[in-house]
Design a protein around this ligand. Structure first.
Ligand code: NAP
Ligand code: HSE
Length: 323
């Protein structure tokens, strides 16, 4: 049995989900995968905040208490670029593996962080950074490496899809639908990242780097901030729906990335993707089209991807010790 001590940075929507899911699944993971995951400390901004069901002694407001406490894996669920980036750099320089759901940080500093990880013989797990509970990162890193990918098309932002679906089905305004998405914990701390299309673009970039490698990428981003109920109504009158689609494809000289609203016929596979559900269609030359679909945002689905990375890194480290 391999014991893994986790230092958890952040206990908001995803962090709380991680603690809850680990509580539910710890015994099964011990028995089935030979890894015993324990949370050693949890960093938060406000240690006095009520967090039912979590031992208050675990909380600290000092990052050093988590980063320099001999944990095996640091799980970064703080979000944002600056503080989170400083925490992740310190963890990697200490030689700790890091698991993160933070696509903004990866988009901003991914190359530098992966280089730091390599220098310090550490690894970064980032399955949760794209499409919440859908294991699309693992699919591109492992399952699909035998094929040449030509395109990736999908719905990569749960908040935008939730908003468009609620506007379509409940006839409500964007602002009201956004409030609901925030109440469910789907939106970013700064929801303009969702609405503007930046979050989807960051995710598309991560997928594209995995699928196409380091190529010249041309990116165009348009969000849903100016969508109106009239636009959705007009689409409906043509038996269509409005969806926020992220698409990357090989073109002459590189890869073209587009994030934009599209009017899709009701019969289109992405038209049936509703609420916070995400979907990704990967087209490979040998495998043809593969469609991944599942919950792209929210506490437990995202936590499941984080926990999978923690278990995967622990198993990998055990193999390294044995060989
Ligand atoms: P959140 O609910 O805002 O939680 C952030 C947590 O980090 C809170 O516990 C907060 O402490 C703590 N925190 C923030 N800044 C801090 C700082 N400077 N020092 C110490 N603690 C700090 O965020 P979230 O929705 O869980 O998202 C976390 C990450 O997961 C983000 O990168 C996000 O993009 C990503 N993600 C989110 C989802 C989702 O569905 N929400 C899905 C996939 C990926 P307090 O609780 O004391 O305020
Ligand atoms: N705000 C993001 C979304 C969270 O709505 O998709 C999941 O990455």
């Amino acid at each position: 049995m391999q014991r893994v001590n986790v230092g958890l940075l952040g206990c908001g929507t995803v962090g709380r989900g991680f603690v809850e899911l680990l509580g539910r699944e710890r015994e099964r993971i011990r028995a089935r995968h030979g890894v015993d995951v324990a949370i050693r400390r949890i960093l938060v901004r406000d240690a006095a905040k009520q967090r039912t069901g979590i031992n208050p002694a675990l909380f600290t407001t000092s990052a050093i208490d988590v980063l320099d406490d001999g944990c095996d894996i640091i799980v970064e669920l703080v979000g944002g670029v600056h503080a989170a980036g400083a925490f992740v750099r310190r963890a990697l320089r200490n030689g700790h593996d890091v698991v993160t759901a933070n696509k903004a940080l990866l988009a901003d500093s991914g190359r530098e962080l992966f280089a730091t990880a390599q220098t310090h013989d550490a690894r970064i797990g980032f399955e949760a950074s794209v499409c919440g509970g859908i294991p699309i990162i693992g699919a591109l890193q492992r399952g699909l490496v035998g094929d040449r990918i030509d395109s990736i098309t999908g719905i990569l932002n749960g908040t935008c899809n939730y908003i468009l679906t609620r506007m379509e089905q409940d006839d409500i305004e964007l602002a009201d639908a956004l409030l609901q998405a925030q109440a469910h914990g789907f939106a970013e701390a700064d929801p303009s990242l969702d609405i503007s299309g930046v979050d989807a673009a960051q995710k598309l970039r991560i997928l594209s780097e995995l699928a196409f490698g380091p190529m010249t990428m041309r990116l165009r981003v348009h969000g849903i901030g100016d969508v109106t109920r009239a636009e959705i109504e007009q689409a409906r009158s043509r038996r269509c729906v409005v969806r926020h689609v992220a698409a990357a494809r090989r073109v002459a000289g590189g890869v073209e990335l587009r994030v934009e609203r599209r009017e899709l016929p009701e019969s289109h596979p992405l038209a049936a993707v509703r609420d916070e559900t995400n979907a990704v269609v990967v087209r490979g030359r040998a495998v043809g089209e593969i469609m991944f679909q599942g919950k792209g945002a929210g506490s437990l689905p995202t936590a499941a991807a984080v926990l999978a990375d923690v278990v995967g890194l622990a198993q990998r480290n055990r193999m390294r010790v044995l060989t």
